[in-house]
Design a protein around this ligand. Structure first.
Ligand code: ADP
Ligand code: MG
Length: 230
């Protein structure tokens, strides 16, 4: 089973010509410097951007042939984007709205993300890391075919990042939903991803198992913290 992405898109000052194939389920990280086109790929995959040419195939289903609302792609942005006037519980319920039957168990997800004690709270009272955990939970409860996350930790300070990474790693270990994860932080990629898609200036310059591609590109996988290292 695999996730296959092909994209061609031209902005006035930038062109993306991207193609990769990754095992699914699994976490596939798009990694590369700021401005190399990572968010463009995610926007095209999720349908937020109407790309010049895009083809996304997941387990034989051509998602890009479906209108965005029927692709069932869960999206998590850099900033949580929770509904501020809804409690955590109601934000999560929003994810359940119209969710078809699927492998995600709401109780297990809430437990894995460590957000059970936050259900009555409102987004403004949460830390950045808590907010992101709720945003990820909400996206998952909609039973997405694919979860895409665009630098979900980039807005957090180092302490919050360290706090949320173990939750993401635990989730990764039990999740059967394929994930496309954008980051320009090697530590996150090393900790969370199975497959690394290395990008530069709108092109893919390497794709394969994280260790292999990182070694070939001479990227340091050394981690600042303990468990979960590859
Ligand atoms: P990354 O996520 O890797 O930092 P992006 O995909 O956001 O990179 O951007 C890649 C390039 O595409 C940048 O040069 C950016 O200015 C350009 N770009 C992104 N979105 C638009 C847009 N809506 N209109 C014009 N140019 C854009
Ligand atoms: Mg980006």
């Amino acid at each position: 089973m695999s996730l296959d992405v092909f994209l061609r898109h031209r902005f006035p000052d930038f062109s993306a010509d991207v193609s990769f194939s990754a095992p699914a389920p699994g976490v596939t990280a798009l990694f590369g410097p700021s401005g190399c086109g990572k968010s463009t790929v995610l926007s095209a995959v999720s349908g937020l951007l109407r790309a010049d040419e895009v083809r996304v195939v997941l387990d034989g289903i051509v998602l890009s042939d479906l209108p965005p609302e029927r692709r069932r792609i869960g999206v998590v942005f850099q900033e949580g984007r929770l509904f501020p006037h809804l409690s955590v519980r109601d934000n999560l319920r929003y994810g359940l709205r119209r969710a078809p039957p699927g492998p995600i168990d709401p109780d297990e997800t809430v437990e894995l993300l460590g957000i059970g004690h936050l259900l009555k709270r409102y987004p403004a009272t949460l830390s950045g890391g808590e907010r992101q955990r709720v945003a990820i939970g909400r996206a998952l409860l909609s039973q997405p075919r694919l979860l895409v996350m665009d630098e979900p930790l980039a807005a957090l300070d180092a302490a919050r990042k360290a706090e949320i990474l173990p939750y993401l790693a635990r989730l990764r270990d039990s999740l059967r939903t394929p994930v496309l994860y954008v980051s320009h932080a090697m530590e996150e990629v090393a900790r969370l991803a199975d497959t690394l898609v290395l990008m530069e200036a709108g092109r893919v310059i390497g794709c394969g198992p994280v260790g292999e591609i990182a070694a070939r590109a001479d990227l340091p996988l050394a981690l600042g913290n303990d468990a979960g290292a590859i």
